[in-house]
Design a protein around this ligand. Structure first.
Ligand code: ADP
Length: 497
């Protein structure tokens, strides 16, 4: 195949910025398709039309050919439509199809988890069987046949299996290839064995060679088994998937078996959204040339969280899902020690109840040093990135991680655990050579984390020139999507040929 061939790529995902977001997948699902299209490829996106997506604002309209389509989920006849709009970027508009079914996606208070119980929605199997099936209906009805279906995380896990079984002899689909990207192996889409009959997959897959894993239907495992190719979002995580049982768990054997098919491509960041020179959500724009303006953001941030502004006291920011994999267990264990330091700590996050309870209880106890907003607030996330001096991201595992990259670009020095994408993007500061972009602890342990935080505070407080050098090194890093998108194109081409 000539390397200049323009590809048709169908990008299937469960969230996309600006329509709907719970995590980094939404950022990736917006930025990567745009970059691919800028490079001349034809990209279309499929995502569920959750109730929270504003259809008027985004001009989501009906497509006659894609209205009231039917499929079966088990014995149940399900009617759905695919409605259309555009993801409007700075340079391109990418066609996006919204999978519309009121029962499964309409009136829900969140995307995957019932906030009242803290558990997954009972019908997540059916919801994402429908997403997978809708993709094949979409292609048939449109007559737009992609070279590759790019599937993301467990929610898209059944697509490769359908392609390899139900559609393998279908003229339209038989040459279509599938790429499955692991954004996060911690969530696998596991369901009781009884869910198998709902999938409509052939009975010969109803075993451990097919979709069953550890006695359950496992969508992630299904994708890892049937996708033509697999990738994940950093090189270190790609290696860890086979090497580190803590990360791969019971999927280790399968991941090792497919290791040569698992590429690591680091995510980029969308510089039209995350860029201190252009950021609309921050108090004052700044760049490496006028770093003093960053202080205005620090002041605004301190005020917003009710602290007395003190230029010389470091603000440590944290943003993320309040969960064990994000390292909040270390923060909890280190909390009383952290509160002895001369810092302001700000946390923005939402997630596990135990952390909501814990951080809520600490606010009054340490009101002069600690504050948090336990919810989801994109605008605040930008201000925290701009206004903090340091960014703490002690994730136990981290496939790629975006916030540490945002922090680097915003001159907010990251303190991270050496794992996955954090290891690939943050260079530990070496006091002898005065090189590095952040502070990295090796062992997943709250004392090790504290040691690095203290090392960072010491340099911040005692040696402003060295500190500014670290900030500037970070701001010079190049995390544009262009490099990553080119790597994806090369991967697609390898798969297609
Ligand atoms: P993950 O996708 O595993 O949650 P990433 O670091 O890759 O982690 O991406 C998380 C993304 O979600 C970042 O863009 C981050 O700013 C955003 N985010 C996470 N929690 C919140 C929150 N409570 N409010 C606003 N943005 C958030």
């Amino acid at each position: 195949m000539a390397s200049s061939k323009k590809l048709k790529i169908l990008f299937v995902t469960s969230e996309v910025v600006p329509f709907i977001k719970t995590g980094g997948l939404a950022d990736v699902s917006s930025a990567l398709p745009q970059k691919l299209q800028e490079l001349g490829h034809q990209v279309r996106i499929v995502v569920p039309k959750y109730g929270a997506i504003d259809e008027r604002k985004y001009k989501i309209h009906e497509v006659v050919r894609l209205k009231d389509l039917t499929t079966k989920i088990g014995e149940k006849d399900v009617v759905f439509s695919l409605r259309s709009s555009f993801l409007v970027g700075q340079k391109v508009r990418v066609q996006i199809y919204f999978l519309d079914n009121e029962e499964y996606f309409g009136n829900r208070p969140s995307l995957y988890i019932n906030p009242l119980t803290g558990n997954d929605f009972d019908d997540n199997d059916e919801r994402f069987i429908l997403l997978a099936k809708s993709v094949f209906e979409l292609i048939s009805k449109l007559g737009w046949v992609p070279d590759i279906i790019h599937c993301n995380d467990w929610q898209c896990g059944l697509i490769p299996a359908y392609q390899k079984t139900l559609f393998k002899d279908d003229e339209t689909f038989k040459s279509v290839k599938t790429l499955f990207t692991i954004h996060n192996l911690s969530f696998q889409g596991e369901f009781p064995k009884s869910s198998f009959s709902k999938t409509g997959l052939p009975e010969e897959l109803n075993n451990t060679k097919g979709v069953i894993h550890d006695g359950k239907v496992n969508f992630m495992k299904t994708a890892l088994t049937f996708a033509d190719h697999i990738n994940t979002v950093s090189e270190t995580y790609a290696k860890e998937l086979c090497k580190d049982k803590e990360i791969s768990g019971s999927l280790q054997t399968l991941l090792c078996k497919r290791q040569k098919d698992i590429a690591g491509i680091i995510n980029g960041i969308d510089s039209s959204i995350w860029n201190p020179e252009k950021d609309k959500h921050i108090a004052k724009k700044y760049s490496i040339k006028n770093l003093e303006n960053k202080l205005d953001n620090k002041k605004a941030l301190a005020e917003k969280f009710g602290f007395d502004f003190d230029e010389n006291k470091p603000i440590i920011g944290m943003i993320g899902r309040l969960s064990d994999p994000k390292g909040f267990d270390l923060v909890k264990d280190a909390f009383s020690e952290l509160m002895k330091l001369n810092i302001h700590l700000i946390i923005l996050g939402t997630g596990e109840k135990k952390y909501h309870k814990f951080f809520d209880s600490q606010i009054t106890k340490y009101s002069k040093k600690f504050s948090c907003y336990l919810g989801f607030d994109d605008e605040l996330a930008h201000l925290i990135e701009a206004g903090s001096d340091m960014f703490l991201m002690p994730s136990k595992t981290e496939p790629c991680g975006l916030n540490q990259m945002y922090s680097l670009i915003y001159g907010t020095v990251p303190v991270v655990h050496e794992t996955g994408g954090l290891a690939d993007t943050v260079e530990n500061y070496n006091e002898k050579t005065k090189t590095g972009t952040g502070f990295v602890f090796k062992k997943y342990d709250h004392k090790e984390m504290l040691k690095e935080i203290k090392r960072a505070i010491k340099i911040y407080s005692k040696n402003k020139a060295d500190w500014q050098k670290i900030m500037k090194e970070g701001m010079k890093q190049n995390f544009t999507w262009l490099n990553s998108a080119k790597n994806y194109v090369n991967l697609y081409k390898d798969i297609v040929s």
